[in-house]
Design a protein around this ligand. Structure first.
Ligand code: ZN
Length: 412
């Protein structure tokens, strides 16, 4: 463990001395634990994890660790089912988030000369406003477009000479494809893309980078822990640096909860170190990644996590094999003629599981059987699993402005 993470652990342990006094949520959760007496790494790792269900149970403002008047804003996580999670922020929390986001822009080589075209949504969601706060603190020009209306997006992008695009990967791809189709490339001045981290394949990344002519950076974050902006990949493009002066990071085995050594893949668990409104101790992100050991070629000392390989709840099991979206993306990357866009359908027919992989291709119909066979082979090599490949035309699969779902399990 490097010294930055040791310092983060010290801060995480020190915070435990008062957490029960400030947070009714943790006073209840850790009622039977002498958290103020915990001193070591092993002590810390013995603390029960905090889950999204815990946060839901605290709806609406049960997570708050400050007086109601000190809450200046709330955000809500986009739960797909059931009760949402509400995260209260103090003025300091909002400022800290902006500081972290501004740092992300700086790490990506973005300056106050830049014009940042912000397409993620505004509102309860943390995305758009995070991009904006960071841009304004940096001193860059924020262009708060929000999502949708591609015609207007492109017009503003040209008229205002936007230099940085903030977007989800699927919306960045939609914009890149539209710009290519309309032959607008010459009139677009973008030089960088800051893409909200969802797990996305190398092929999709390469297409967006090529068609927009930009350098891409993955920005990481989640509403429960401020929002996007808690980490970003540097110019060395090796992994995402996260701000350990605000966060203590751990990787656990998603099945057993055991802490894994640096370098091993598992679920990211985050403890906030200075958050006032809703401090979180050992929060399960469900994002699968690993801590990249050793120094980064860029020289930055901040801890690195690898680009997300999936979510622990995205994992599906077919014929006893664990499948992540990243597996399908790797197979697509190895298949000549296949594009990056795909959708997987898993069905249960005639007593057995059937996995169909739809993928886009620009190749003519007579070439498609060979491409389908190559993809099926690549997946078989990777997963020892037989699938049914189905080629479709470019643009046939849905694009979304929010995080896109790729694997549909229709068995239950
Ligand atoms: Zn670096």
């Amino acid at each position: 463990m490097n010294s930055i993470r040791e310092q983060a652990l010290e801060k995480a342990l020190a915070q435990l001395a008062t957490i029960k006094n400030t947070s009714p949520f943790y006073a209840e959760k850790y009622a039977n634990i002498d958290v103020a007496g915990l001193r070591t790494l092993e002590d810390f790792q013995s603390l029960p994890l905090t889950t999204k269900d815990d946060l839901r149970a605290a709806y609406p403002l049960g997570l708050s660790a400050v007086a109601p008047a000190d809450i200046v804003r709330i955000h809500s996580s986009s739960g797909t089912t059931g009760v949402p999670v509400i995260i209260p922020y103090t003025a300091k929390d909002v400022h800290d988030w902006a500081l972290m986001f501004a740092r992300c822009y700086e790490m990506a080589g973005i300056t106050r000369e830049d014009r940042i075209h912000i397409t993620p949504g505004y509102g309860l969601w943390t995305a758009g406003i995070g991009f904006q706060l960071g841009a304004e603190l940096l001193g860059a020009m924020a262009i708060p477009m929000g999502p949708g209306n591609t015609d207007k997006q492109l017009q503003m992008m040209m008229d205002l000479e936007s230099t940085v695009l903030g977007a989800t990967s699927s919306y960045a791809l939609l914009l890149a494809e539209t710009i290519a189709e309309r032959g607008l490339g010459e009139r677009i001045k973008l030089r960088k893309g800051v893409i909200g981290s969802e797990r996305w394949g190398e092929k999709m990344r390469a297409r967006i980078a090529d068609e927009l002519g930009v350098e891409l950076h993955d920005i990481y974050g989640l509403t429960e822990i401020y929002g996007p902006g808690i980490g970003i990949n540097c110019e060395a493009q090796t992994a995402m640096h996260c701000w350990d002066d605000y966060l203590y990071l751990e990787i656990i085995d998603p099945k057993t909860g055991a802490v894994l050594p640096d370098g091993e893949s598992g679920e990211l668990v985050i403890t906030t170190l200075v958050k006032e409104g809703a401090p979180l101790i050992r929060y399960r992100t469900h994002d699968l990644t690993r801590i990249v050991p050793g120094p980064c070629p860029c020289g930055s000392p901040w801890t690195r996590i690898e680009t997300l390989i999936g979510r622990s709840d995205d994992m599906v099991k077919v014929k006893g094999i664990n499948i992540f979206p990243a597996h399908i993306e790797e197979a697509l990357a190895r298949t000549e003629g296949a594009s990056s866009e795909y959708q997987v359908m898993i069905d249960h027919l005639n007593g057995r599981d059937l996995m169909t992989v739809f993928f886009e291709t620009g190749s003519p119909p007579e070439r498609r059987p060979a491409i389908e066979a190559a993809l099926a082979r690549a997946i078989k090599d990777k997963l020892s699993l037989s699938v049914t490949p189905k080629a479709v035309n470019l643009g046939d699969l849905p694009r979304s402005e929010k995080k896109s779902k790729r694997i549909f399990d229709n068995r239950y």
